[in-house]
Design a protein around this ligand. Structure first.
Ligand SMILES: CC(C)(COP(=O)(O)OP(=O)(O)OC[C@H]1O[C@@H](n2cnc3c(N)ncnc32)[C@H](O)[C@@H]1OP(=O)(O)O)[C@@H](O)C(=O)NCCC(=O)NCCS
Length: 162
């Protein structure tokens, strides 16, 4: 059923992508190539943003990416993206990446990243987002409040030439 114009929940944008690491994904050190993971993160974030804004979205920026643990051939990698904050034309998207243990199913976090995505019109120009966001529960509310601080930091960093 199409959404009425109004607000959407964080859960409406949740996007899960599962990958099996293959030889084409690893680097010379036999680990998951960081650039490949960045591609998957960007893809997951883009889909989450599009699900929220209901149209096209492009990536404006990616915050620092910290690789906490490596991943290796034949590992199951799970990426979960969700919109955490909505501005006038932009959205903050958080992407968590895990390696899933095949025996227990337990997921170990290997990376998390925040991306800023912008809703765009057919000419690629920023377009107002018609849906607000409803953060539910303390985790989503904390992400929402944290986003205000992160946005101010991003703008400050841009102003300082980072
Ligand atoms: C993304 C793009 C459309 C933005 O265009 P722009 O004219 O610079 O946009 P604006 O200055 O109007 O800013 C758009 C939004 O980004 C936000 N933004 C801009 N710079 C920012 C920064 N440094 N930190 C945080 N937010 C920022 C603005 O606040 C605004 O959000 P809001 O409307 O919710 O407040 C344009 O930069 C672009 O096309 N970039 C290339 C995108 C691309 O090709 N990505 C890779 C493939 S997907």
């Amino acid at each position: 059923m199409p959404y009425p114009k109004g607000d959407k929940r964080v859960s409406d944008s949740i996007t899960e992508i599962t990958k099996l690491i293959q030889y084409r994904d690893i680097n010379g050190g036999n680990r998951l190539f960081g650039g490949r993971l960045m591609e998957w993160i960007d893809e997951a974030a883009g889909v989450a943003a599009m699900r929220h804004c209901g149209g096209d979205a492009v990536t404006l920026m990616v915050d620092s990416l910290k690789f906490k643990h490596g991943a290796f051939i034949n590992d199951i990698v799970v990426l979960i993206a969700k919109v955490t904050y909505v501005g006038r034309t932009s959205m903050e998207v958080r992407v968590d990446t895990y390696v899933e243990d095949k025996g227990s199913g337990i997921r170990r976090a290997i990376n998390h990243a925040y991306l800023t995505c912008v809703h765009v019109d057919e000419n690629g120009r920023p377009k107002p987002i018609e849906y607000g966001i409803i953060p539910e529960g303390i985790t989503e509310q904390a992400e929402y409040e944290g986003a205000r601080k992160r946005i101010a930091i991003r703008k400050q960093r841009t102003a300082e030439g980072f």
